[in-house]
Design a protein around this ligand. Structure first.
Ligand SMILES: CC(C)(COP(=O)(O)OP(=O)(O)OC[C@H]1O[C@@H](n2cnc3c(N)ncnc32)[C@H](O)[C@@H]1OP(=O)(O)O)[C@@H](O)C(=O)NCCC(=O)NCCS
Length: 146
C-alpha cells in the first residue's frame, strides 16, 4: 500500500530537492535559495514522500494574514499522478487553519500545467508582469481569497 507523508524540508534533503528542481522545472533555483528558505522563519518548505521517496515539494511564505506560494514542483517521473494537487490541497488546508485571508503567487504565462492547477483551486489572475522571468516570459499574478 502507498505510504504518503508530507514532512518539513531539512538540510539533508537539499541536494535531492535541487536535482528535482533542475530536472523537472523550467524556473530553476540556485542551491543557496533553497538553503535560505530553511533559515527563513516565514517560510514553510514541505516535502512530499511516497513510500519514502521524495516526489516533490512546495514552498510558501506566511506574513500576518497573507501567504505567497513561491514554488511547487513534482519530479518528472511522478507528474500527472495528482501529487501536485495533493501538495497544494494540503498547503491550502494549513493556510486556512492559520486564518490566512489571501494567497498570492506568480506563474509563467506559458506554464499551462501550473496555471491549470491553480485555476482548479480557485486562484484568479489579477495582474501581469511583462518580461518578468529571465527568459522574458511574462508572469501572471494570481490570488485566492480564503
Ligand atoms: C505544476 C505541477 C506541480 C503539477 O504537478 P502534477 O503532480 O504533475 O499535477 P497533478 O497530477 O496533481 O494535476 C493537477 C492538475 O494540474 C493540471 N495539469 C497538470 N499537468 C498538466 C499538463 N501537463 N497539462 C495540462 N494541465 C496539467 C491539471 O489541471 C490537473 O488536473 P486534472 O488531472 O484534473 O486534469 C508540475 O507540472 C510541475 O512540477 N511543473 C514544473 C514546476 C513548475 O512550473 N511549478 C509551478 C511554479 S509557479
Amino acid at each position: 500500500m502507498e505510504n504518503r507523508e508530507i514532512k518539513n524540508c531539512t538540510i539533508e534533503n537539499i541536494d535531492n530537492i535541487y536535482e528535482i528542481d533542475k530536472t523537472s522545472s523550467s524556473y530553476n533555483w540556485k542551491k543557496n535559495m533553497f538553503i535560505d528558505e530553511l533559515k527563513n522563519k516565514n517560510s514553510f518548505f514541505k516535502v512530499l514522500y511516497i513510500n519514502d521517496i521524495i516526489v516533490g515539494y512546495i514552498i510558501y511564505h506566511i506574513i500576518i494574514d497573507e501567504a505567497e506560494i513561491l514554488n511547487i514542483v513534482i519530479d518528472n517521473k511522478y507528474k500527472r499522478q495528482a501529487f501536485g494537487k495533493y501538495l497544494l490541497e494540503q498547503a491550502l488546508k494549513t493556510l486556512s487553519e492559520k486564518n490566512i485571508k489571501t494567497i498570492f503567487l506568480e506563474v509563467g504565462e506559458k506554464n499551462i500545467p501550473a496555471i491549470n492547477l491553480y485555476l482548479q483551486f480557485g486562484f484568479k489572475e489579477y495582474n501581469k508582469r511583462i518580461n518578468y522571468y529571465k527568459n522574458k516570459e511574462t508572469a501572471i499574478l494570481m490570488k485566492k481569497i480564503l
